[in-house]
Design a protein around this ligand. Structure first.
Ligand SMILES: C[C@](O)(CO)[C@H](O)COP(=O)(O)OP(=O)(O)OC[C@H]1O[C@@H](n2ccc(N)nc2=O)[C@H](O)[C@@H]1O
Ligand SMILES: Nc1ncnc2c1ncn2[C@@H]1O[C@H](COP(=O)(O)OP(=O)(O)OP(=O)(O)O)[C@@H](O)[C@H]1O
Length: 285
């Protein structure tokens, strides 16, 4: 039976501007996503029984709420294969950390089972299915650095130089809904104008989350001693940007023991896409 192992990468929101709130409560935003070469590890194996099973680090999430399960079930109508799937998960990304672990697991499941179950859907079709699972799923399906607009669904490719990041999890789980429904969240950043540059950007959630979660404020102040740093998404992870892996590693080595972190680099194409392309090449040999 076939087996495929893919890394479900983390993302960073290099900035996050909130431009307004729609009548349905969702926010109009502008955010720059970059993919990181670090993430959860998912091993997909075809199984005889036509069911979806998840093993490994699933603590706390009931099977039917797991985004891996929900993504697999969303592909069921397109399945050309009689087999089910077992997904073994090694969770490396903190949940509720703003690095998109759940969304990335979902997107990676769509990519893997689209191949193993011979659904043969295009990336556009997978991104549409992904959007029904979460606002961040389509960007992982496409797997490229992208500027997102609208409620996050309008993606345009964006080119960035590779950078090295130290990402720190301050050990607080920040709820996306809590941040987006908070009365003090700023919601009136003007839309980006032609010729904008990264140094004119910010994260509209950062000041509020720092206030609600003092650990995030402490993490950012600590990182800022070493490098330009910011919070990703709705938090609580914060990232510091470096020109070399060694410089990032040196700061990680000094990280206070009550926080956790990892050093990695950005990628113009997601690691899951690169691994899937290599697996396909091996298959045709
Ligand atoms: C803010 C980001 O983290 C940026 O990467 C994402 O856009 C959020 O993505 P996500 O976690 O996949 O979000 P979803 O599961 O779709 O939405 C969670 C909740 O966030 C709020 N939400 C999300 C996206 C958006 N454009 N406006 C919102 O107000 C809504 O309250 C929604 O109920
Ligand atoms: N496979 C999964 N991995 C992680 N979280 C999952 C998974 N399946 C369901 N969830 C649920 O999704 C929630 C959000 O998880 P996620 O790790 O994507 O948060 P996040 O990093 O804050 O995402 P974002 O940046 O998109 O807001 C978790 O609190 C968890 O209850």
């Amino acid at each position: 039976m076939k087996t495929l192992t893919l890394t479900a990468p983390a993302k960073l929101n290099l900035f996050l501007h909130i431009n307004g709130r729609r009548a349905d409560g969702y926010h109009e935003l502008e955010t720059l996503f970059t993919m990181l070469d670090y993430g959860d590890e998912l091993t997909f194996s075809l199984i005889k029984q036509d069911v979806v099973e998840i093993g490994g680090d699933v603590a706390g999430i009931p099977l039917q709420e797991n985004l891996i399960y929900r993504a697999a079930e969303a592909l069921r109508p397109y399945k050309q294969s009689p087999f089910g799937a077992h997904v073994q998960l090694v969770k490396k990304l903190p949940m509720g950390g703003g690095v998109g672990g759940g969304s990335s697991d979902a997107a990676t499941t769509l990519l893997a089972l689209n191949t193993l179950w011979q659904c043969d859907l295009s990336l556009d079709q997978l991104a549409d299915i992904g959007l029904s699972l979460g606002a961040d799923v389509p960007v992982f399906v496409r797997g490229k650095t992208a500027l997102a607009q609208g409620v996050g669904e309008k993606l345009s490719p964006y080119t960035l130089a590779t950078k090295h990041y130290l990402v720190v999890f301050p050990n607080v789980h920040v709820g996306t809904v809590e941040v987006f429904t908070h009365p003090e969240l700023p919601r009136n950043t003007p839309k980006l104008s032609e010729g904008w540059t990264i140094d004119q950007t910010h994260n509209d959630c950062q000041a509020l989350v720092k206030k609600l979660y003092p650990e995030v404020e402490k993490t950012l102040s600590w990182l800022l001693k070493y490098a330009p740093s910011r919070m990703t998404g709705t938090g609580g992870c914060c990232f510091a940007e470096f020109d070399s892996a060694q410089a990032a590693q040196r700061v990680l080595e000094q990280l206070p023991s009550h926080w956790t972190g990892f050093v990695t680099q950005s990628a113009s194409e997601s690691i899951a896409h690169r691994q899937l392309a290599a697996w396909r090449k091996d298959e045709v040999k």
